[in-house]
Design a protein around this ligand. Structure first.
Ligand code: SAM
Length: 285
């Protein structure tokens, strides 16, 4: 791997680029981190890779060498010119100048998979931190035909996403990530691996998308609504939180449901496993 710091400075100077803070632009300059992201995403020539926020193309270059096809989605027009210049000789490269939150990823994947040589779809990204959660939720909730999502995000968010429901450091989002994927932490990344340096420590995580959900919820939306309401008032007991938000018609109903499920009536949201939330939702349906 060539010296990424020198290459990044050279490209920024050549195209007169100043990192745009409001677009979450922190460019990777750490070879070890680039190598780890590319290796842990386990890309091969049967893969279609969607890269979100390619920026100057630091990761893109390595993804193009390994994948059958790479489609980059980048909001900043200035980056598009750089990427097109840099990768014009690659026939497996495509870039869309769009906001990833507005892209119809389902159709993009379906169209790309018409090429029968493509078997799996993987997302790889050093995400813009100001929209980490909406991007990850979009990728999961749209139930796209994905094999894995390997992303760099803020360490604090990473720890919440990869926590195990019912254990420490959870939030409502922990349950969504767990429902759709098997998540693992890959590497902690210090601030000085980027220019400009972000204010927070980062972490690379990998979400391996599950083929089957880990629990059976008759009504998935209801289960997630219950989880969200329970965590909105996480200091309260579950019964109070869910009665206040009208998930339970009354406190009595809530206590009876918990009793039926052998759960303590004073239990709090963070002590419930995803199975418990699925069981509660199944009782309400
Ligand atoms: N991949 C590059 C790297 O690792 O050096 C850049 C990563 S930088 C943290 C995030 C990138 O996401 C920037 O290039 C930024 O312009 C882009 N971006 C920000 N908001 C976006 C959006 N809504 N849709 C697509 N790209 C976006």
């Amino acid at each position: 791997m060539k010296n990424i710091l020198e290459e990044t400075k050279f490209i920024m100077k050549k195209y007169n680029i100043k990192a745009n803070k409001s677009l979450g632009q922190n460019f990777l300059i750490d070879e070890e981190v680039v190598r780890t992201i590319v290796e842990s995403s386990e890309i091969n020539k049967e893969d279609f890779v969607i890269e979100i926020g390619p920026g100057l193309g630091t990761l893109t270059k390595y993804l193009l060498e390994k994948a059958k096809k790479v489609t980059c989605i980048e909001l900043d027009k200035k980056m598009i010119r750089i990427l097109e210049d840099r990768f014009k000789l690659y026939d497996n490269f495509e870039v869309l100048n769009q906001d990833v939150l507005k892209v119809d990823l389902k159709t993009l994947i379906e169209k790309t998979k018409e090429n029968k040589e493509i078997k799996n779809v993987k997302v790889v990204a050093n995400l813009p931190y100001y929209i980490t959660t909406p991007i990850i939720m979009k990728l999961l909730e749209e139930q796209l035909d994905l094999e894995s999502i390997t992303v760099m995000i803020q360490k604090e968010v990473a720890e919440r996403l990869i926590a195990i429901p019912g254990e420490k450091n959870t939030g409502a989002i922990t349950y969504s990530v767990y429902y759709y994927s098997n998540a693992e932490g890959i590497l902690e990344v210090p601030n000085n691996s980027f220019i400009p340096e972000p204010e927070v420590t980062s972490e690379v995580i990998k979400l391996n998308i599950r083929k089957e959900p880990p629990v059976e919820a008759k009504n998935r939306e209801l289960m997630f609504k219950i989880i969200k309401n329970a965590f909105m008032q996480r200091r309260k007991t579950l019964v109070n939180a869910l009665t206040n938000t009208k998930v339970f018609a009354s406190k009595e109903e809530g206590i009876n449901i918990l009793k039926d499920l052998n759960l303590d009536e004073n239990i709090r949201a963070e002590n419930l496993r995803i199975e418990d939330f699925a069981n509660i939702a199944n009782k309400i349906v």
